[in-house]
Design a protein around this ligand. Sequence first.
Ligand SMILES: Nc1nc2c(ncn2[C@@H]2O[C@H](COP(=O)(O)OP(=O)(O)OP(=O)(O)O)[C@@H](O)[C@H]2O)c(=O)[nH]1
Ligand SMILES: [Mg+2]
Ligand SMILES: [Zn+2]
Length: 384
Amino acid sequence: MGGESSGKGRRLRRVDFRRNRQAPARRKHWQVPADDDQAAEPLNREAVRAKGDLSRRRTVTEVDSDRPGDGSGWFKGIAIAVRGQFVDVEVDGRVWPCTIRRILRTLLIRNRSPVVVGDEVAISIVADAAGVVNEGVVEHVYPRRTTLTRCDGKKTHVIAANVDQVLVITSIREPMIKPHLIDRYLVAAHAGNLPAAICVNKVDLDPDPDDETAEILTRYRRLGYAAVATSAVEGTGLDELRSLLAGQVTLLAGQSGVGKSSLINALEPGLNLKTAPVSLASEKGRHTTTTAVWLKLGFGGAVVDTPGIRALDVAMVPINELEMHFVEFVDRIVDCKFPNCVHIHEEGCAVKAAMESGEIDESRYASYVELFYELSDVKRAAYE
Ligand SMILES: Nc1nc2c(ncn2[C@@H]2O[C@H](COP(=O)(O)OP(=O)(O)OP(=O)(O)O)[C@@H](O)[C@H]2O)c(=O)[nH]1
Ligand SMILES: [Mg+2]
Ligand SMILES: [Zn+2]
């Protein structure tokens, strides 16, 4: 190590300079430095291994006092909100506003999601010019256990990392329940290898809860999904919802206005998330939640509240794999007469036969057809 100086609890140290345009940007996982490597050189842990000899050095500030953690220089936390290049990182219950180390941004420039909500990150705490310690820098992103992505034209965005399950939230009214949207979210969750559960909210608005709500719940429970009926305003079903969420990190997916934020508020009143009435004329939500945010739950676990966009898109599902994401189709596909049956117009299709005999729900089959045509268009567009 080069020269060292200290003052006000800060130390300036000369450390190895890492070149910031190197190859392994698009590896599936970040490389994690070996543990003993970290112990030997706590300041020098840029997540990516350099290739050649390193000649230049740069100066970084290390703060010794007033910090949480174990004193090793970096602190592990969770990215709970991301706004462009700014990330809020929670470390042991305290939230640190952070910037992202330039090398992380550069390396993942094509990926465009160097840090996303739910990422486990290592941050260094930095002092500003006046020596005030209240900000951090994201130095490292740990390998993501899971990722949920969304397609936007040709680009893929990661919505959230390290989520254990997806809760698909719909409302029975205002906005009106849309079973095809539930199926779309289920396909996306399944394609992301995540278990999914369903929540039908606003049951207080259901004119006949034993009928429509019950029918939806039964439909999805038969397929093996957990399904709960709730009312955020009347408190119905909240215990059941709580036990679905406890101990898990759950992404809340669903249209704007279905009550995602209201349900979290009902479970954790202290959070006081912003909510807004849906427009009476259009029955559309007002996109009250604008960015994804990771929230710790008092009873264990966390939720990621997302803006009510079609947060999960299925465009990344290869069309020939769509059938695999309809759980009730899977066992039947082997009985289709033609091995390349797409279950739309073929003779001897076991899926259609099961639908006609009532074993497969018509609405689920209709969702499959809708998504199949949508993906055919995507495929066609890719060749045009
Ligand atoms: N009647 C009734 N209204 C509800 C219920 N849950 C939420 N609402 C209302 O529905 C409106 C929308 O709720 P939000 O929680 O903002 O919906 P959201 O899903 O978070 O919407 P975005 O943030 O826009 O995605 C608010 O006026 C809530 O008060 C419910 O169970 N019953
Ligand atoms: Mg919201
Ligand atoms: Zn078939």
